[in-house]
Design a protein around this ligand. Sequence first.
Ligand code: ACO
Length: 306
Amino acid sequence: MGVRFKGWGIAVPERVVTNDELSRTLDTSDEWIRERTGIRERRIGGSAGSLGTTAAAAAIADAGVALDSIDFLVLATTTPDRITPATSTTIAANLGLTCPTMDVNAACSGFMFALRTAQGLLETGNKRILVVGSENLSRWVDWDDRNMAVLLADGAGAAVLDYDETGTDVLSFVLGTDGTSADLLSCEHDGFFQMDGKEVFRRAVRVVVDSASEAMERAGVSAEDIALVVPHQANIRIIQAAAQRLGIDMERCVVVLDRYGNTSSSSIPLAFYDARENGRVHAGDYALLTGFGAGMTWASAVVKWS
Ligand code: ACO
């Protein structure tokens, strides 16, 4: 028994901010940002509620299901529109949903933590869950701070998950938190994102490799079996370093950070959606979904697309 992915949707703001545009107000350059991060441009605008609503509506349409068939809405966001009520209630109101809703904050691992939550909800009596990752990171960026301004962006992605008593798309899940690393990457109320980039980089590679290895072991697959890696989109060099250590070539890794930057909880569904649009997702294939974020948190899952 388990979980089936039924439909996906995304939303990104219209406004494109290129590296050259950032270079006009910051001591940085297109060349530095591309070489050190892989990012060429990002989308800025909207709110977690508005972007999440658009992505969720697209996922529901993609799944071809009725609104009133959704039993629960789980929103992953690091940047809720306000402290309370939860931004998931805004999305529910916009869509006309009256099912229970809640927000999950696990920073850039958020979509994976929300998926894990949905899996639990499906295995304990719910039939259909809407999982959304939505971020408005730009609101919490000091646009005079080149360390963060070149990295973070806005966007949303969503998936509809169904319960299936005959089988599951999700073969394994490995999640973790190291709360002693909180100071490496944080944002206080009324503050801005701050980060020790080098240390986050080092630890990110380590937790992705460890959790991905364990997730593959638990699923009974090896790196050669993985057709597609859908990684959190923070920095192309983190993806390259982790893929190399896992023995997975870059051709199998989905990369959308060049166009979208780091969209935290939204980056894994944005990457999955791009892969599917480009014909890279096939029934029967194994995929590795893996992410890390502030906390630190991390999460890896092996799925077999049905
Ligand atoms: N533009 C131009 N120059 C810069 C910039 C910039 N934006 N930032 C730093 N530099 C300079 C530095 O001052 C330094 O100059 P120096 O050699 O004269 O001293 C040089 O570039 C190298 O700086 P480093 O900090 O060593 O650069 P690094 O290669 O480590 O790249 C980066 C920095 C991109 C931040 C990298 O460390 C990184 O990607 N870290 C992980 C980020 C991440 O994954 N965050 C987690 C997710 S975010 C979330 O959870 C919300």
